[in-house]
Design a protein around this ligand. Structure first.
Ligand code: NAD
Ligand code: TYD
Length: 347
């Protein structure tokens, strides 16, 4: 079966893994990667697939409705897997408007163009979302697919809104859709503003490790290739109109994860035991910091037979090794603009 699939945000962290996964596994599909190449998007992330016969790159901004119409009219995509977004909570606190623009209006542009120019009723709009739309948990409990939306950050509010628009297009126009809400991802090609790559990079450079508040915040971590696999499964087997939570059954308090990372880095860098931990610096907390995220992934596991494949320590080792072996990538993505952001955020 030949299908043309638009993947948005395919030059970013998760998107590049999803593009790689689909290009390699499904040579019979035409994969179009649409990305504006913001600070978070980098074509270096796709070097191993960019000459594949079934892959094309379209540089475009999802906020540009005229350009979205032009591209959808031209290519008449059969399906959309939508990942393009502003994704970093700290940036959303400083600049909520750009999150509303890209994550809400950008998503709306895609929905409109898909409705206008594709045979959308026999297609699929797959929205990649986050568990952060559910807000925060206390010490106990898990997010299920029926947990009420209760977002706390401008980032999660914008993702919640775009989830609602996708559902509204399903109800109102009969657009077939699926949504998945995933926990925190980690792995190769993640921009070093997020916790794990930022701290690896800072340890390498013996820079302080800025722990927000007391570090007693909990996240559920999933290896990015397990997420790409889950997206494949939901795309092909997910029930139309349904939501699937995706998580790693892998909760860590930030401070415990950071200590584990420090101890591994001492070994990798051949430094005395305890050296990296000395870099831990408790800094002012993030405003509206969600205490805990944890996912009940039993629906995707029971209905679609998906499970995370990797133990956390193994995934973390693979991630550390990748960053240590790709210092040039790190240097090329941490441009002047990023340095500026870093100085402002942590000054
Ligand atoms: P990322 O920031 O690494 O990548 C985002 C990509 O979108 C970049 O390539 C960027 O250039 C592109 N982009 C941004 N604005 C655009 C625009 N206006 N037009 C076209 N392209 C644009 O993000 P990520 O971590 O890979 O996240 C991808 C998706 O997965 C997002 O929708 C995010 O909300 C969701 N998600 C992320 C996580 C996580 O832990 N990172 C967890 C759950 C869900
Ligand atoms: P992050 O990687 O930004 O993901 P998210 O906010 O989407 O969960 O942060 C993960 C956790 O690490 C979160 O609780 C905030 C914390 N954190 C720090 O303590 N210091 C930092 O410099 C960063 C970037 C995050």
């Amino acid at each position: 079966m030949s299908k043309s699939i638009l993947i948005t945000g395919g030059a970013g962290f998760i998107g590049s893994h999803v593009v790689r996964w689909f290009v390699k596994k499904y040579p019979e599909y035409s994969i179009y990667n649409l990305d504006a190449l913001t600070y978070a998007g980098n074509l270096e992330n796709l070097k191993d697939v960019d000459t594949a016969a079934n892959y094309s790159f379209l540089k475009a901004d999802i906020c540009d409705a005229v350009e979205m119409d032009r591209l959808f009219k031209l290519y008449k995509f059969d399906a959309v897997i939508h990942l393009a977004a502003e994704s970093h909570v700290d940036r959303s606190i400083k600049d909520p408007l750009s999150f509303a623009k890209t994550n809400i209006l950008g998503t709306l542009n895609l929905l409109e163009s898909f409705k206008k120019y594709s045979d959308y009723q026999s297609g699929l709009f797959y929205h990649i979302s986050t568990d952060e739309v559910y807000g925060t948990l206390g010490e106990k409990g898990l997010f299920t697919e029926s947990t009420s939306y209760d977002p706390n950050s401008p980032y999660s509010a914008s993702k919640a809104s775009s989830d609602h628009f996708v559902r509204a297009y399903g109800e109102t126009y009969g657009m077939p859709f699926v949504i998945s809400n995933c926990s925190n991802n980690y792995g190769s090609f993640q921009f070093p503003e997020k916790l794990i790559p930022l701290f690896i990079n800072n340890i390498v450079n013996s820079k302080p490790l800025p722990v927000y508040g007391d570090g007693n915040y909990t996240r559920d971590w999933l290896f990015v290739e397990d997420h790409a696999n889950a997206i494949d499964v939901v795309f092909h087997q997910g029930k139309i109109g349904e939501t699937y939570n995706i998580g790693g059954h892998n909760e860590w308090k930030n401070i415990d994860l950071i200590k584990l990372l420090c101890s591994k880095m001492d070994t990798y860098l051949d430094r005395p035991k305890g050296e990296s931990e000395k870099l831990i610096t408790f800094v002012k907390d993030r405003p509206g910091h969600d205490l805990r995220y944890a996912i009940d992934a039993s629906k995707i596991s029971k209905e679609l037979n998906w499970q995370p494949s990797l133990k956390f320590e193994e995934g973390l080792d693979r991630t550390i090794e990748w960053y240590l072996n790709n210092q040039e990538w790190l240097e090329s993505v941490t441009s002047g603009a990023y340095k500026n952001y870093y100085n402002k955020q942590y000054s």
